[in-house]
Design a protein around this ligand. Sequence first.
Ligand code: GP9
Ligand code: MN
Length: 709
Amino acid sequence: MKKLSKFVDTRIGFFTLLVVLFWLKTLFAYFTDFKLGAEGIFQNIILLFNPLATTALIYSLAFYFKRSRFFYPVLMGLDVANTLLLYLNVIYYREFTDFMTIATMTGYSKVNQGLSGSSLALTNFHDVFYWLDIVIILILMAFKLIKFDPRALGTRLAFAFTSVALVLFGVNLSFAEMSRPQLLTRTFDRAYIVKYLGIDTFTGYDLVKSQHINEMRQSATKSELEKVKKFTDKHYAKANPKMFGIAKDRNVIIIHLESFQQFLIDKKINGQEVTPFLNSLYHGQDTYAFDNFFHQVGQGKTSDAENMLETSTFGLPQGSLFATLGSDNTFQGAPAILNQRAGYTSAVFHGNVASFWNRNNVYKNLGYQYFFDASYYDTSGDKATGYGLKDKLLFKDSVKYLQTLQQPFYAKYITVTNHFPYTLDDEDKDPNFQTTNTGDTNVDNYFITAHYLDQSLREFFDYLHKTGLDKKSMVMIYGDHYGISNSENPALASVLGKNADEWNDFDNTQLQRVPLMFVIPGTGKGQIYHTYGGEIDVLPTLLHLLGISSKRYIQFGTDLFSSQHSQVVAFRNRDFITPRYTSISGTIYDNKTGKPAKLTAKQKERLKKANELVNTELSLSDSLNEKNLLRFYHPKGFKPVNPADYNYSNGLKRAEQIEKKKGNKSTSIFSENNDQSTVDDYSTDAPEQNHSSTDSNRIKITNPDANNK
Ligand code: GP9
Ligand code: MN
């Protein structure tokens, strides 16, 4: 004991004491207040050690202050500041289930107004532990029970401490990268950065990023907006009169098929269809489908797909637009347009935590009125896989919410079960479906989860039919991006009747096709279109089907049904594809032969133009989003979205209150069904529905009020 107190009386000892105490406090926060969802030994080891490196690094700065009347106050000051940062995050997390960004701290963010007066109510008895050590140390110092050590560390030794801490940080970073590749470039979820690298690193990283964004935004001018507007005006494709308004006033149900590629459609394995239900839809007389439709996502994957579909602007060249800019950007997207032009109610159903891809913030800026995230569902036990509630349960358990929404509604279902690594419990597997035997587990399992997703859609459509909702709705189904990556595609080759040895970049690009179908029951004129297009084109197409002109908005895509639609499909890496050619890193392939094309001078000229178009649209979209230019744009009749108007807790209660207020004018499914629930009209063979939820939730509840919903 004596030895220990002697050690604390040295500068190194005092430094060590503070580092260890802060480390413990951080772990305390990790395991009591935050829900970081560390899984497995490796992630937990990273979690245990990640506060150490940064704390040692920051606190080692005090060693450069030689005089003890500077050293001690500086070190204590750093400790207090660091504790304050941790503590503010604890409080903030209790309210928002998220971490504080620089924008929220400085009050810049419009979404989360920072901590309000109510933050006192968010304190908890155990918060004492965050501050107790500091109080005790100060008292011990005041009573000279901790003595000041006058002997300063030599600059070299100080430097050695900083260097060791830096090396530790490097180790932490590489472990994090091993466990979660592209953690910092893609920034899936703030909770992930904290889980792997700690709060200090997260805050530092956010500071650098937000500075960069602020600089870009400050440099923005109106003339840049005009340039963008000129481009989109020039490329606007006017609606096809045969299609314009054919789904007018219908509900819109969007089904986001996770990682779902077009090659699954009509695919048979061992004589069996992988997705029999989707195939029947695809060929159905009420379905307007596309077989040359491509995903165009970058690193933001699902969130990029969502961004394109909601706004018809591209994702960013690096990272996810939702995650990096989505908290503060001005959007003029589908939920707001549909609400303001045609009175649509908007909602998202998704069985993952709300913070993933920063959805909790972005959806408010898009004008989404409801967001039913994991906290609205029972995700305990085997009801969820890695990314959230299993699809069959998502569709079924959403009915109680869906039926309370005023019609017409714009409702988006984001599925998750068909997500890498495509694992599914045995009880969910169809014993009659035999998958491939390629030797690549991802490929083999991919067909199993796709088959499961297909079954979940059949159940949902049965419900739509039973309740008559199908006739009142248009269902738009699309695949967000590839599920099998380029490196695994050769393993897929034999399944697709190709030779793995001859597999090349051209083949990879062809596999970026994903489904797009508009199912509009009762219209009877459905067909499979061979038009080339991509996710960027969906919003103007959808608006025109609903009889809403998209002309006044800044959108980079064009109506797929229009004769003026541009068939040059840009990929995020600036490759592109047209009905005849595929351009990959500057090489032009002939789509017919799959070999580099022999081009006439005229064809070369045309492709050069296509290339320029791709470069221009991507650059203009980037400048629009990075500089937040839409804040300068006021399309006719468009009221800017105010994120403060939205709050995603108590969704069911809010919808029911609206029902009540409207009385017999309420247009919800529930009201139209004479105030009878339609939950019993839903039937699923999901085995989990009868399982009691004994074990702890796999997907952590994101909202403290969750149980009241
Ligand atoms: C998570 C889900 C997956 O909520 O949407 O996103 P992804 O990994 O496909 O981008
Ligand atoms: Mn996805």
